[in-house]
Design a protein around this ligand. Structure first.
Ligand code: UT7
Length: 323
C-alpha cells in the first residue's frame, strides 16, 4: 500500500508585516534581516489563531483533492502553537470541516512537525488502518515570540499548509521512504515554555514563556544534520540526488538552505524558496511550499521530491515522495 498526496492547500493571514515595520519596534534593519535570513516580510495573524489557519488550508487541500470532509478517515495536525492545550487542533479542524467520520490528533515536532505527521500517516496507511487522510502543518508563532527580542522576533511568521493523502494499492506514486531523528540532549537550544505552568494550591501564575533560541547552535545543527539525513534517505531508497527534482526544505534561513545545497552538491535551482514572503512559519513552511509548487504546476506525475525539516527537540526528518 502506498500513501499518495492527492491534494494540497495553504493559507496565511492577510496582514503583511515588513522588515521596515519591525525596524520601528526593535533595533533592527531591513538590510540586516534580508542579508542574514532572506526574509523580506511575514504574515501575522492579528486575531484568530492556529485552528483558523489550519482549517482554511485544509478546505483548500480538500477542494484540490476533490475529497468531501466526510470521506476523511484521519486528521493529523502538526503544531506547537495550538490555540488550546486541549482540544487538539486536529479535533477542532474536524469540527469546522464536518469531518464526522475521522479521528483526529496532533503531533508535536516543531519545525519538523509536518514530516513527522506525514510519516505517521504513511505508517498508518501502509498497515491498511486508514484509507484517506488529512495532514496539516500549522503554526501561529507570532503569539509566542517576544516582540522586544530582535534576535528572534524578526524570524517568524504565521501560516498553515495541508495535504490530502489516499491509500493506493498499485503504481509508483506516493511516499517512498522517510527518516526521522531527534536529540533531546540538545533540547535547550530552542525552547518555548508551556503556558500551563500554574502551581498547585498557590496563587502563582507565571508569565507565559517566549521563544528562546541559541541561533548559531540551531544553524550548525541544521547544516550538518539535514544533508546527512537526506544522504542516508536517498542511499536507502537507491536514488541518486540527480533524480530528485526538488528538495522542499524547511524555510528557516536562506543561508541554511544555501549551505545544505553546497553540502549536497546541488544547485539552489533545486531548492525552491518562499522565506522572503512568509518568514519561518515552523510546521507550516514545508506544506505551504509544497502547495505553491503544486499550484504553479511545477510538480509533474513521476517527479521525485524530497521534503526535509529540522527544528526544536532537536528534531529532523526527510521524506522521499514520487508525485
Ligand atoms: O526553524 C528553526 C528555528 N530557527 C532557526 O533555524 C534559526 C537558525 N539560526 C539562524 O538563522 C541565525 O543564527 C540567526 C538569523 C538567528 C542569526 O544570524 P547570525 O548570523 O548567527 O547572527 P548572530 O546571532 O551571530 O548575531 C550577529 C550580530 C549580533 O551583534 P554583535 O554581537 O555582533 O554586535 C547580534 O546582536 O547581529 C545582532 N543581531 C541583530 N542585529 C540587527 C541579532 N539579531 C539582530 C537583528 N537586527 N534582528
Amino acid at each position: 500500500m502506498k500513501t499518495v498526496i492527492i491534494g494540497t492547500g495553504s493559507f496565511a493571514p492577510p496582514r503583511v508585516v515588513t522588515n521596515d515595520d519591525l525596524a520601528e519596534i526593535v533595533d533592527t534593519s531591513d538590510e540586516w534581516i534580508r542579508t542574514r535570513t532572506g526574509i523580506v516580510q511575514r504574515r501575522i495573524s492579528e486575531g484568530p489563531g492556529t485552528t483558523w489557519m489550519a482549517a482554511e488550508a485544509a478546505k483548500r487541500a480538500l477542494e484540490d483533492a476533490g475529497v468531501r470532509p466526510e470521506e476523511i478517515d484521519i486528521i493529523i495536525a502538526a503544531t506547537t502553537t495550538a490555540d488550546y492545550c486541549f482540544p487538539s487542533t486536529a479535533c477542532e479542524v474536524q469540527g469546522i470541516l464536518g469531518a464526522g467520520n475521522a479521528v483526529g490528533y496532533d503531533v508535536s515536532a516543531a519545525c519538523s512537525g509536518f514530516i513527522f505527521a506525514l510519516h505517521t500517516m504513511d505508517a498508518l496507511i501502509k498497515t491498511g488502518t486508514y484509507g484517506t487522510g488529512l495532514v496539516i502543518g500549522a503554526d501561529n508563532l507570532s503569539k509566542t515570540v517576544d516582540w522586544s527580542d530582535r534576535s528572534t522576533c524578526v524570524l517568524f511568521g504565521d501560516g498553515a499548509g495541508a495535504a490530502v493523502v489516499k491509500a493506493c494499492e498499485s503504481g509508483d506514486r506516493g511516499v517512498i521512504c522517510s527518516q526521522l531523528g531527534s536529540d533531546g540532549s540538545k533540547a535547550s537550544v530552542l525552547t518555548c515554555q508551556a503556558r500551563s505552568m500554574g502551581n498547585f494550591l498557590t496563587e502563582s501564575r507565571p508569565e507565559p514563556g517566549y521563544i528562546a533560541m541559541e541561533g548559531q547552535e540551531v544553524f550548525k545543527f541544521a547544516v550538518k544534520k539535514v544533508p546527512e539525513c537526506v544522504d542516508s534517505l536517498l542511499r536507502d531508497a537507491g536514488t541518486d540526488i540527480d533524480e530528485v527534482k526538488y528538495l522542499v526544505l524547511h524555510q528557516a534561513n536562506y543561508r541554511i538552505c544555501e549551505s545544505i545545497a553546497r553540502r549536497l552538491k546541488i544547485s539552489m535551482d533545486k531548492i525552491p524558496m518562499n522565506i522572503d514572503r512568509y518568514g519561518n512559519t515552523s510546521g507550516a513552511t514545508i506544506p505551504i511550499l509544497l502547495d505553491e509548487l503544486n499550484r504553479q504546476g511545477k510538480l509533474c506525475r513521476g517527479d521525485k521530491v524530497v521534503l526535509a525539516g529540522f527544528g526544536a527537540g532537536l528534531t529532523w526528518g526527510a521524506m522521499l515522495v514520487q508525485w
